[in-house]
Structure formats: structure tokens, C-alpha cells
Unconditional design. Structure first.
Length: 529
């Protein structure tokens, strides 16, 4: 275990890397399912070499450096190297394309970009509208037509180790983009202490120890994969095995092969694994704990009974607020998000209109506030008005509805915000709608969530589309446009043509009415085209 893990002055993951390398040296730390691995000492030294290479290219502490890489050891090197330099990692979803990719790059204006060669073509259509990126560092084969100022990432191997001071707990570590109530995704400013606390909360509440082994199949550009799992293993001095991309068919085989004892999932991951045919070998593994958000009651039953996993826990959190709710070990509470992690957070259910507290058992908005400086986001990048709006009356307003029972357990009810949750991604309806702005013949469009047919599978995306009176739009045109302009995780599943959209007196679309109507006999399933 990292020494003095509850000392907030030490809440710096680059410092944890240094300390664990000194303590554990050549002990294996992180490996890929194909066998490539790094020891604690190698992670430290290679992070320092990457930092030295970036410094040689002109980067300095406090600079924003975007990272767009798939899960892999190069992601670990890049992220830890940026942290060792004291720079700010802008973590980009590798599914992003078109305006979805242009927005976080334009908003964060990174000085440097570390990118996989396979993603370079995403920039061809959006490059002209972006602030200049001084240096592009490419992982993989550098193409002949690479942008000016391009460099090979593997040059880190011949770079000197940097000898600069480590960042402090209050310094900014990264920016992650998350969707909100309206408008484009907002950049969440995440101090080092906030990033560390994601991992510490897991270590504390799930009792992660040095002899545990994490299996990570969620993307490292999100807080769950990177901070709740990878950082938790780092703090505990445990091992971690990473898969490039989740595979339902390989999930149990991977866990069995690496000897994993702990892993995390999402509602959709649970649904996909559970949907696999049952096998006599379903209990042939070393998993002691499965953590999932949401934790559907039926999923928990199957994890326990079919797969024989002793501890199945839920939780609740956001990129902005960390993980303030955890299930309790030894206490099965199917469907619950757990109780407040009250060492570092306050959680209450309050009236979303008045912000006044509600009685136990009443449904209201889940509101959170930190008890430790730095253990929360520092605000939204370039959006002080959105920061103030979310932080009304000294409580962070999550936009989620829930209830708290007499014992302090919270149950998530629904989303208050106009935000869609699909396959573990928060998706802005505004972004989807904006992607159709240049669809010929379009008059109006609204994107909204409808329940997934997969139990516990979160949302599917539905479009209500109004063509111009003089135009004709086909479902095939809508599907082709979506496939060109929208990332796979945000692809709409359902489409309904309408003559008009329901509006309020101030001409805002009444999405509550659209969601209530949902899928009907008039709805086209784009997945069947």
C-alpha cells in the first residue's frame, strides 16, 4: 500500500508511481492480455523518459497535452509521462469524430497532441477550424503525409529521464469531457487530488490489497478504467491486466487466464456477458468482487448464483464529483448505489426546485459536496457560468433523481438532465442534433433517450425528425448521415418522422413528451436497415 494514503498532501498519482517503484521495483505491475507487461520500476522510468522527450519538444508543466490512444501500454506511458512532467492531460474518447472531436480540441486548445496513427484521418475534415497544435506525437507508423511538426512517440526510449519537481495535489492533472444538461460537452478540470481520490475510494471501500489483480476492459480515457481501476491497483500495489477493448466472448477467458480477483463493469457489460450461454466453467475463476454501476438486481443475482462471485457491489459517481456512494461489502443491496463515502463526501436528496432537504424515502435530486479540498472538480473549463449553475447553494447538483432510505442507502431513479447514457457513455443530445444540421431537407430534429431493450442496458437513442414541407428524407439517408458524422457509441437506434415537434410556450422542444411517447408502431428501427 502507498504510505500514508489518507494524507491529502500525498494525493498525487505521479508521486505514487515513484513511491511504488522504490518499494516494489521489478515486481510486475501492468500487463496486456497478449502478455506485454511493465514492472513498477519500468512504469516510473518510462514515464520520466516520456516526460523528458515532451520537455525536449518544448512542453512544460501546466501545458495542455491531448491524448488520443487506445487502451495499451503506450497509453500508460503517455498518461504517466504527461503527469510526471506536471502537464495537463486532455483525455480524448477514441470514438470521437467530426464535430464531436472538434469541440474538445477547440475548447481545450492543447499545445501538443499524442495520437495513434490510425486516428490521424479524423483530423482531415476538422483541422482548418482548430487552434494550431504545435507538436503532434504519433504512436505507430508515421505516414508520409503526417502533419507538420510530427514526431515519433517511440523516441521516448532514447530520451533522458526528466529531473523536474513532481506536481502538487492541487495542481491540475487532466481534463475529461462530459455531457451536461444542454450545449456541447464541458471540460471537467480535475486536480491531482481528485484523480487520486477516485482510486483511494475504491481501495477503501472495496478493500483492494497488494495481492489483488485487476482486470480492466473499460477505456482508459474514462475515469472508471483509468482512475477507479488502474489507479486503485497502483495505490494498493496490486497488479492490473488490460484488454484493448471489451469483448463479451473473451471476458471470462481473460479473467481466468490472468487470475483476476477484481473487475468493474457497466450495466451494458453485465448484460452482454450474462447473455452468453451458461457453461460448466462459469465458476472457474478467482474473482472475489464485481463492481458495477448501475447494478441491476437481476444482474447481481446472476453474478452471485451462476458465476459464484461473493461480492457484487454498486456505486454512484460522476467525473465532476468523484464516487461519493459505494455499496457495502458483505451487504447485498440489489439495485442500490450504496451509502455515502462519508469520510470525504456529503450526499443528500434535495428538492431540485428549492434546494431544500427532503425526508428519507422521498424522491429528489442527488446533491453532493466534498469534505476535502481538491477532492472534487475545480470547475468546467472556460465555463464559469456553468460551474456556478452546478454549484448552487453550496451543493453540486448532479441532475439525477434518487431516494435515500432510513439506513442511508441511495437508489438512483432517473436522469433529470437532457443527457443520454448509452453503453457507459454520457452523450449530449445537443451534439447529436448539431450533427444533422447540414442534412438536406431537414427542418427540425430532436434526440432523446428511450429505454434499452437490454435489461440494465441503459438508454437507446431516438430521433424525432421533421422534414421541410418541400423535401423528402428517407430513413436510409438519416442512417448514412449518422454513420458519417456521429461516433459509434452515439449512433441513433430509432427514428420517427413527424410533421412537428411538441413545444413549450417559449418554443423549447418538450422532450419529456417525446420520451413518454417512446417507440411506437410508427417508429423505424435503424438497426434493421
Amino acid at each position: 500500500m502507498y504510505a500514508d494514503p489518507h494524507d491529502p498532501a500525498r494525493w498525487v498519482l505521479p508521486a505514487v508511481i515513484e513511491a511504488q517503484a522504490d518499494l516494489r521495483g521489478d515486481q510486475p505491475f501492468v500487463s496486456m492480455v497478449d502478455g506485454d507487461e511493465l514492472s513498477f520500476r519500468q512504469v516510473r522510468d518510462q514515464a520520466a523518459q516520456v516526460a523528458g522527450m515532451l520537455a525536449g519538444l518544448g512542453a512544460a508543466a501546466g501545458d495542455r497535452i491531448a491524448i488520443m490512444l487506445p487502451n495499451g501500454l503506450d497509453f500508460v506511458r503517455a498518461w504517466s509521462g504527461v503527469g510526471r512532467l506536471g502537464a495537463v492531460a486532455v483525455l480524448l474518447n477514441t470514438e470521437l469524430t467530426g464535430p464531436f472531436l472538434a469541440h474538445p480540441l477547440a475548447d481545450s486548445a492543447p499545445r501538443m497532441l499524442i495520437i495513434d496513427a490510425g486516428y490521424l484521418d479524423r483530423f482531415e475534415d476538422i483541422h482548418a477550424g482548430l487552434p494550431p497544435i504545435e507538436q503532434v506525437v504519433i504512436v505507430g507508423q508515421v505516414p508520409d503525409d503526417a502533419p507538420a511538426g510530427s514526431h515519433r512517440f517511440d523516441a521516448w526510449a532514447t530520451a533522458d529521464l526528466i529531473a523536474a519537481p513532481l506536481p502538487s495535489a492541487s495542481d491540475l492533472a487532466c481534463i475529461m469531457y462530459t455531457s451536461g444538461t444542454s450545449g456541447p460537452p464541458k471540460g471537467v478540470l480535475m486536480p491531482h487530488a481528485h484523480c487520486y481520490l477516485f482510486g483511494l475510494g475504491v481501495v477503501d471501500n472495496l478493500r483492494i490489497a497488494h495481492d489483488d489483480h485487476y482486470y480492466i476492459c473499460l477505456p482508459l480515457y474514462h475515469a472508471n478504467g483509468l482512475l477507479m481501476q488502474f489507479a486503485a491497483a497502483l495505490i494498493a500495489g496490486a497488479r492490473a491486466t488490460i484488454r484493448t477493448r471489451f469483448s463479451a466472448s473473451a471476458w471470462l477467458e481473460d479473467i481466468r487466464a490472468c487470475g483476476a480477483t477484481v473487475t468493474h463493469g457497466l450495466g451494458a457489460i453485465s448484460a452482454f456477458v450474462i447473455a452468453r450461454p451458461a457453461s460448466e466453467s462459469d465458476r472457474d475463476h478467482a474473482l472475489r468482487l464485481f463492481f458495477s454501476a448501475p447494478n441491476h438486481p437481476e444482474h447481481e443475482r446472476v453474478w452471485r448464483e451462476r458465476f459464484g462471485i461473493a461480492e457484487v457491489l454498486g456505486g454512484y459517481g460522476m467525473t465532476e464529483v468523484n464516487i461519493p456512494l459505494y455499496g457495502a461489502l458483505g451487504a447485498s443491496m440489489p439495485g442500490s448505489c450504496g451509502r455515502p463515502y462519508d469520510r470525504y463526501f456529503q450526499v443528500e436528496i434535495r428538492d431540485p426546485q428549492t434546494d431544500m432537504p427532503l425526508a428519507r424515502g422521498e424522491v429528489g435530486e442527488i446533491m453532493v459536496r466534498p469534505l476535502m479540498p481538491g477532492g472534487f472538480m475545480a470547475g468546467y473549463h472556460g465555463s464559469p457560468e456553468k460551474t456556478v449553475e452546478a454549484w448552487r447553494n453550496f451543493w453540486f447538483h448532479t441532475g439525477d433523481a434518487g431516494r435515500m432510505d432510513a439506513d442511508g442507502y441511495v437508489t438512483f431513479i432517473d436522469r433529470i438532465k437532457d443527457c443520454i447514457r448509452r453503453r457507459g457513455e454520457n452523450i449530449s443530445a445537443t451534439d447529436i442534433e448539431a450533427s444533422f444540421a447540414d442534412l438536406p431537407g431537414l427542418a427540425e430534429i430532436a434526440a432523446f433517450a428511450v429505454p434499452s431493450e437490454i435489461e440494465g442496458g441503459e438508454d437507446e437513442i431516438m430521433l424525432a425528425l421533421v422534414p421541410r414541407h418541400d423535401a423528402e428524407i428517407t430513413a436510409h439517408q438519416v442512417l448514412a448521415h449518422a454513420q458519417r458524422r456521429i461516433p459509434r457509441f452515439a449512433q441513433p437506434r430509432y427514428l420517427e418522422f413527424r410533421t412537428s415537434l411538441p413545444k413549450t410556450g417559449s418554443e423549447k422542444v418538450r422532450k419529456v413528451e417525446l420520451r413518454h411517447a417512446g417507440v411506437s408502431a410508427r417508429t423505424i428501427d435503424l438497426g434493421l436497415l
